[in-house]
Write a protein that binds this ligand. Structure first.
Ligand code: UDX
Length: 437
């Protein structure tokens, strides 16, 4: 079977490479020349473990090719996956679905035989119904061009694994025929026992945003509790361990710290609130505004604690920052809390030196005025304070003696609550976490 993947960013490049791995012939459609040329050369413009190897393997085997032509895409396959981005609209909380619309309207005129267009992008509920009507209206085959909504739940850093071994597959369908086509397509994954939920468009769209909203809520919940822990002398890590033993709660996504960031959770919860407002049920989603507020407050809180640790003003302080990516195993700095905090302190006058094992380049593009170092120890050189902001494993195994010899003042703030604070204290450091004893 042949497929096309329209939009070869994070989601699309991963989907394309993984579907080639499953044995399909894949044609990726990417309009950005630079990106397309890189992909066609077997290279990935982002850091994602395992993706480049897989992509290069299938470019070499001929199972994966790239084009910028929708005409070629329509001629190549009957199954088309739409994987374009839906960023936050400038000046609004809503999502920009214009790339999804553009994908549908530019493919549809070439659909002269029955085809299935499968949306994977995260969209406001109601988009799929609109796209389905648009597709039937513009495509020469009319209603024989059918839409399916198939949300994607992959996490950055685990994108390949999450695509090949997903927790579940969700299909929003309008006919038994399209359900059968997608069941057959995903048969190799379903054969391993992966749960399948077949539903309508609206539910499929809402599953995705609800999942992200729930995860964001869990993180903001524990961060709110961590503030109470701090005020009362309790320890949020012990607390999370204890409540996490309750299977109804679970321990995952209960790590208190500087909060969530990235290209998905922040914009998805905002778009969810926005869409609820358009549907006249904004009150039902008011709590998500607070989830967002708590998350933003964490960044402010860390900047405040850091300022207090260097004596009330950062203007002459040197601050070493460990981490810039929004999470480890990624070079993605979109809405990264780590880089946000580094930028805030810099704007208040601190000299900030950042080190991230993979994201120095992407961070420098966004914040060229920060200083960048090539190692954790170099970032800490002559620092009055070290901030641990992205939980790369190498920060947990640094040689404390070596860092001790590099800094001006032995002070560290663990924004991820993962460092061995007693070990740092034993070496003479003032070591603090967030909501920790
Ligand atoms: C998320 C969803 O997990 C994924 O299912 C969806 O498809 C896309 O959005 P991702 O953005 O890759 O994936 O990151 P995720 O692993 O969810 O982490 C998001 C943020 O939350 C990161 O900044 C992370 O550091 C933070 N986080 C996570 C916490 O602060 N505490 C936690 O306990 C867990």
């Amino acid at each position: 079977m042949k497929i096309t993947v329209i939009g070869c960013g994070y989601l699309g490049a991963t989907h394309a490479a993984c579907m080639a791995e499953l044995g399909y012939d894949v044609l990726g459609v990417e309009v950005d020349d630079r990106k397309r040329e890189l992909l066609a050369a077997g290279q990935v413009p982002i850091y994602e473990p395992g993706l480049e190897e897989l992509l290069a393997k299938h470019v070499a085997s001929g199972k994966l090719r790239f084009t910028d032509s929708m005409e070629e895409a329509a001629a190549f396959a009957e199954l088309h996956f739409v994987c374009v981005g839906t960023p936050q609209l400038p000046g609004s909380m809503g999502a920009d679905v214009s790339y999804v619309e553009a994908a549908v309207t530019s493919l549809a005129p070439h659909l002269t035989r029955p085809a299935y267009v499968v949306g994977k992008s995260t969209v406001p509920v109601g988009t799929a119904a609109r796209m389905s009507a648009l597709l039937a209206e513009v495509a020469p085959v009319g209603a024989e061009a059918e839409l399916v909504w198939n949300p994607e739940f992959l996490r950055e850093g685990f994108a390949v694994k999450d695509t090949l071994e997903p927790d579940r597959i969700v299909l929003g369908v309008a006919s038994e025929r399209s359900e059968k086509v997608l069941r057959d397509f995903y048969a190799p994954i379903l054969a391993t026992g992966t749960p399948l939920v077949v539903t309508d468009y609206a539910t499929a769209e809402l599953v995705k945003v609800s999942a992200n909203a729930f995860l964001a809520t869990k993180i903001s919940f524990i961060n709110a509790v961590s503030e109470v822990c701090e005020a009362s002398g309790a320890d949020v890590v012990d607390l999370a361990d204890a409540i996490g033993h309750d299977a109804r709660i679970g321990r995952r996504f209960l790590n208190a710290g500087i909060g969530f960031g990235g290209g998905c959770l922040p914009k998805d919860i905002r778009a969810f609130v926005h869409r609820a407002g358009e549907l006249g049920v904004e009150d039902a989603m008011t709590f998500l505004r607070q989830v967002d507020d708590i998350n933003q407050r964490q960044r402010q809180r860390v900047a405040q604690v850091a300022t207090a640790m260097v004596g009330g003003s950062v203007s002459r302080a040197r601050i070493g920052v460990w981490g810039a990516a929004f999470k480890p195993d990624s070079d993605d700095v979109r809405d990264s809390p780590a880089l946000d905090i580094a930028g805030r302190l810099h704007l208040r006058g601190a000299t900030v030196t950042v080190y991230d094992p993979k994201a120095n380049g992407t961070a420098r593009d966004r914040f060229p005025t920060l200083e960048y170092a090539d190692s954790a120890v170099e970032a800490a050189r002559d620092a009055d304070l070290v901030l641990h902001l992205t939980e790369w494993p190498e920060f947990r195994s640094v040689d404390i003696a070596e860092v001790s010899a590099a800094v001006r003042r032995k002070q560290i703030l663990d924004g991820r609550n993962l460092l061995d604070l007693p070990a740092w204290r034993e070496a003479g450091w003032t070591a603090r976490g967030l909501g920790r004893r």
